[in-house]
Write a protein that binds this ligand. Structure first.
Ligand code: ATP
Length: 229
């Protein structure tokens, strides 16, 4: 459903992605793994039309979307949950959810509360008072109320306790079962292996490895080479 081919992109005069190709199929969770500054966020921003794409193809649902605005891409079903989550801290959990709801979405507030019990418990709390894990769940639930076909998550496990990370992994599986594909940006190999059908490793703006979900000697080598600090 998403196809990036030979993408060159950056900001201003700087080129960050030099020749990046990847794809996400219908119903897949695909991970993009790489160290700080490798170009992961820039890849997601390029898909949403938030960076300067200079060359290459961006196709979604068979359509060339390079000329579309971010708003038009969102309307087609692309949705990005950024690393900083962008929660409205002065609004309650419920208000955060309601302001994002799209009338076209099949996801309702009741669904959000069914899949994210903690959000139901905290529905009257202000966004700014939530823990990191609760904020991440709110960001994901809010994105779902937009009715995405492809959800892009930028390092959802970052800074969260292992039990919360497990909950997020479970939520990603549920989202896939509900027919939404996921492009997951991560630095945590365990999380990628737990949920993904396929896994790409990015370094210096290009894909250096593509593999299946299983840990293998080859993947270990790649991780040692490109992810070890
Ligand atoms: P991280 O985990 O640190 O976010 P990343 O793999 O997501 O890493 P990017 O955020 O895509 O990496 O950044 C890639 C490079 O692009 C970095 O060198 C960064 O400094 C640069 N960069 C990111 N955003 C901008 C911007 N708005 N303007 C200029 N340069 C940027």
């Amino acid at each position: 459903m998403l196809e990036l081919s030979h993408l060159k992109a950056g900001y201003g005069k700087g080129e960050i992605l030099s020749d990046l190709s990847l794809s996400v199929g219908e119903g897949e969770i695909v991970s993009l793994l790489g160290r700080n500054g490798a170009g992961k966020t820039t890849t997601l921003r390029s898909i949403m039309g938030l960076s300067d794409v200079r060359d290459g193809g961006v196709h979604f649902l068979g359509r060339d979307i390079r000329q579309l605005s971010t708003f038009e891409r969102a309307r087609l079903g692309l949705c990005l949950v950024p690393e900083d989550r962008m929660i409205f801290s002065a609004l309650t959990v419920e208000e955060n959810l309601l302001v994002s709801r799209s009338r076209k979405s099949k996801w309702t507030l009741a669904d959000a509360y069914r899949y994210f019990r903690r959000l139901h418990e905290r529905r009257h709390s202000r966004g700014g008072t939530l823990s990191g894990g609760e904020q991440q769940m709110l960001a994901i639930a809010r994105a779902l109320l937009n009715g995405p076909r492809l959800l892009m998550l930028d390092e959802p496990s970052e800074g969260l306790a292992p039990t919360i990370v497990e909950e997020i992994v479970e939520i990603m599986r549920t989202i896939r079962e509900m027919g939404v594909s996921i492009l997951l940006v991560e630095q945590n190999l365990e999380v990628c292996c737990a949920v993904s059908e396929r896994l790409y490793v990015i370094d210096d703006g290009r894909i250096v490895s593509e593999s299946g979900p299983r840990k293998s000697a080859e993947l270990d080598e790649v991780v040692k080479k490109y992810l070890a600090v």
